[in-house]
Design a protein around this ligand. Structure first.
Ligand code: FPP
Length: 247
């Protein structure tokens, strides 16, 4: 970066919001309190992303593996998501936020799917930050669902197997039309992807922060952006400096 130039802002930031349970248990509180504090961190982060000029913010809200948690915790998380959409949708819409949902929508019971669809529908023409909520999402499941759809096209004779390219696979994922994440942040000191955006993260930068998710906000978000700006992204090629020396 030449001095005086603005540091690069990632177009798409995705976050694995981890540590709600540990935040609560370290305070002798039930895990549900950690999750509700986590929703406050979600609000702060949506604002910070918009303020920073990020175009897409993806939040890993509920994984396809999270159903294996105790029933009471699953229903706490569902309740929080429900309340988030009911209480915050109007405000998000007013702030020009466009909501998109990724994850498996089949088999979602009760009022959750209609609420998620309402959030997408209400905000579909907004032009500000796109907030992508990964709900009932697992990357391997997403890739398997995309593969089934492509295989059906081949079976029906509408697609030649040899015509399947990485771009075509990408266009059949839940994230079709959403650029790959430039930066994935995971909180709570854990350093793994946990079945999140595996395909899309081929050239993503990772930033692992020690804070538990309920303590996350603008300061930590901007710290992650600063770390991102200091990275040399090469996408399999050479850095500008090395390329200049190599002639
Ligand atoms: C990880 O903490 C967090 C989750 C599994 C859920 C994240 C959900 C929210 C922040 C609330 C709902 C989201 C939205 C978008 C309204 P953990 O329980 O795995 O923590 P631990 O690893 O410390 O146990």
């Amino acid at each position: 970066m030449i001095s005086g130039e603005m540091p690069p802002v990632p177009k798409h930031v995705a976050i694995i919001m981890d540590g709600n349970g540990r935040w609560a248990s370290e305070r002798g509180l039930p895990r549900s309190v950690g999750h509700s504090k986590g929703v406050e961190a979600v609000r702060r982060t949506v604002k910070a992303a918009g303020d920073a000029g990020v175009d897409f913010l993806t939040l890993f809200a509920f994984s396809s593996e999270n159903w294996s948690r105790p029933q009471s915790e699953v229903s706490d998380l569902m309740g929080l998501l429900r309340r988030f959409v009911r209480r915050d949708l109007a405000e998000l819409h007013k702030s020009n936020v466009r909501i998109k949902i990724i994850g498996d929508r089949t088999d979602l019971r009760g009022d959750i799917l209609p609420l998620l669809l309402e959030a997408e529908e209400t905000t579909r023409n907004n032009t500000g930050l796109t907030l992508v909520i990964a709900f009932n999402y697992g990357s391997r499941d997403e890739i398997a669902r995309a593969t089934i759809r492509l295989a059906r096209e081949v079976e029906a004779g509408r697609l030649k197997a040899d015509a399947i390219t990485p771009d075509l696979i990408g266009a059949h994922l839940d994230t079709a039309g959403i650029p790959d994440p430039d930066l994935i942040i995971r909180t709570s000191g854990e350093e793994r992807l946990s079945n999140f955006l595996l395909w899309q993260a081929a050239y993503t930068e990772f930033v692992f922060l020690p804070q538990y998710w309920p303590d996350f906000g603008a300061e930590a978000f901007n710290e992650a952006l600063r770390i991102f700006a200091s990275r040399d992204r090469r996408f399999g090629g050479l850095s500008a400096k090395t390329a200049a020396v190599a002639g």
